[in-house]
Design a binder for this molecule. Structure first.
Ligand code: UDX
Length: 434
């Protein structure tokens, strides 16, 4: 069993640390945010992630998972130190690596003997080189520190399952010793391991995320054509997805991707390419299609209601996707702001994030269920595909609405279902039900 320190308790750090403990390793998670550490030490978690709180409690009780604000306490007993701090976007799109640098300095300061310092946060290619040069600049004669890259591919909302059952594990290493350590660390997981150099490992993460975002923008572009010619994007993506070379996943048309990863990582990848003399115009188009896609839905609402001023609009779903409380780059926030600026009166419901959004957009009335949002609404707009929305009682919803109009940004209902229930229904890339 390994002794591990994880620096940073955001989604990636907290899930990774907890899952390493679940695999039997001894983990100390470090964060400079005292409030977060207090919450974790009281057996709760500062984010919403299904199943995570139970695993934190279990492993804390077993003595395999600890939380502290002291990096020294985390680093001293550990052989492996993961850097999982955030790498926010700067104004020009590049990743702000100041937290990575600051944590590296701290780790070096408290290191004695051998340590393997592993990048877990998504970082631009060549960050490993930068970390190595700051290691040699700091100089700590008592320690031998090696650097490795081990990108994480977990998705919010299914993070534990993704971490413990990965499609692959990628490690970028520079010595047999660090390869052996990381192989032992992941021994229990049954997944192919790709062992490569650090730069290639860093690029695998960027290339994978960008490719997934590209699939989403591609199907959204196809959806726009479907709308123009009267085809159904659901059928088109189904027909494409059966081809094993294409694959069925990430071909759901909608209001585009959001979240903490895709928008930030794609902007950073474009920037890195640029800095290295390559104009990544393909990814720029991916970005443009995605940002246009969000506002398409506002146009659809306007087309349906003619004037949105003083109309009651019900919004279902605020988080950037279901099963998460993450609002970073959530399409719903932009869409609500656009509707408010046009004078609409908005009621909204999200199963998890009502209170968080209230602090950002206080002009909206936040309700506790679907039916209170639907009451007197001229249109109901679906922005996140939470399961509870799929199961809504359509008859009841129709009976309380001012006019039975549903604008669905996630295509959660079939056209037949909407027709049968007497709704006027506009979705993405499919014929409208009038
Ligand atoms: C993503 C990557 O999937 C993960 O591997 C990486 O580690 C972090 O970034 P995450 O952002 O948690 O994970 O969510 P994901 O499920 O990938 O969805 C991202 C966005 O794409 C969401 O806004 C989602 O609604 C959207 N999406 C996804 C689509 O619009 N259509 C799809 O077919 C799939």
């Amino acid at each position: 069993m390994k002794k591990i320190c994880v620096v940073g308790t955001g989604y990636v750090g907290l899930v990774s640390g907890t899952c390493f403990a679940e695999m039997g390793h001894h983990v100390i998670c470090v964060d400079k945010d005292k409030n977060k550490i207090d919450i974790l030490n009281s057996g709760h978690i500062p984010i919403y992630e299904p199943g995570l709180e139970e695993l934190v409690k279990k492993n804390k009780k077993l003595g395999r998972l600890k939380f502290t604000t002291s990096i020294e306490e985390g680093v001293t007993p550990s052989e492996i130190v993961f850097i999982a701090v955030n790498t926010p976007s700067m104004e020009d799109g590049s990743a702000d690596l100041s937290f990575v640098e600051a944590s590296t300095r701290e780790v070096v300061r408290f290191s004695k003997g051998y340590k393997l310092l592993v990048e877990k946060s998504t970082v631009p290619v060549q960050t490993g080189d930068r970390i190595k040069s700051s290691l040699s600049a700091i100089r700590n004669s008592k320690a031998t520190i090696e650097v490795a890259s081990n990108p994480e591919f977990l998705r919010e909302g299914s993070a534990i399952k993704d971490f413990l059952n990965p499609d692959r594990i990628v490690i970028g290493v520079e010595s047999k010793r660090s390869e052996k350590i990381l192989r032992e660390l992941y021994q229990k997981l049954k997944a192919p391991m790709i062992v490569t150099d650090i730069k290639s490992a860093e690029l695998i993460k960027h290339a994978s995320n960008s490719f997934l975002a590209l699939k989403i923008s591609y199907i959204n572009a196809i959806a726009n054509i479907c709308e123009k010619v009267g085809a159904d994007v659901g059928r088109v993506s189904q027909g494409m997805g059966f081809d094993k070379r294409i694959g069925a996943s990430f071909l759901n048309a909608g209001i585009g991707y959001g979240g903490s990863c895709f928008p930030k990582d794609i902007a950073a990848f474009i920037k890195i390419a640029d800095q290295n003399g390559y104009d990544f115009s393909l990814l720029k188009a991916v970005q443009k299609i995605n940002s246009d896609q969000r506002l398409q839905i506002v146009k659809k609402i306007e087309e349906k209601l003619w004037n949105v001023k003083d109309k009651n609009i019900g919004i279902l779903g605020l988080s950037f996707k279901p099963d998460t409380d993450d609002l970073r780059n959530a399409p719903a926030l932009d869409i609500i702001q656009a509707l408010l600026s046009k004078g609409a009166k908005i009621k909204a419901f999200d199963p998890i994030v009502n209170n968080k959004v209230k602090k950002i957009i206080p002009q909206v009335e936040y309700m506790d269920d679907i039916y209170s949002v639907a009451k007197h609404a001229h249109a109901l707009v679906i922005l996140t595909e939470w399961n509870v929305f799929r199961k809504m009682n359509l008859k009841k919803v129709r009976s309380v609405m001012e006019s039975p109009v549903i604008i669905d940004g996630r295509n959660i209902f079939s056209l037949e279902q909407m027709e049968k229930n007497g709704f006027s229904y506009v979705s993405v890339g499919r014929p409208a039900v009038v």
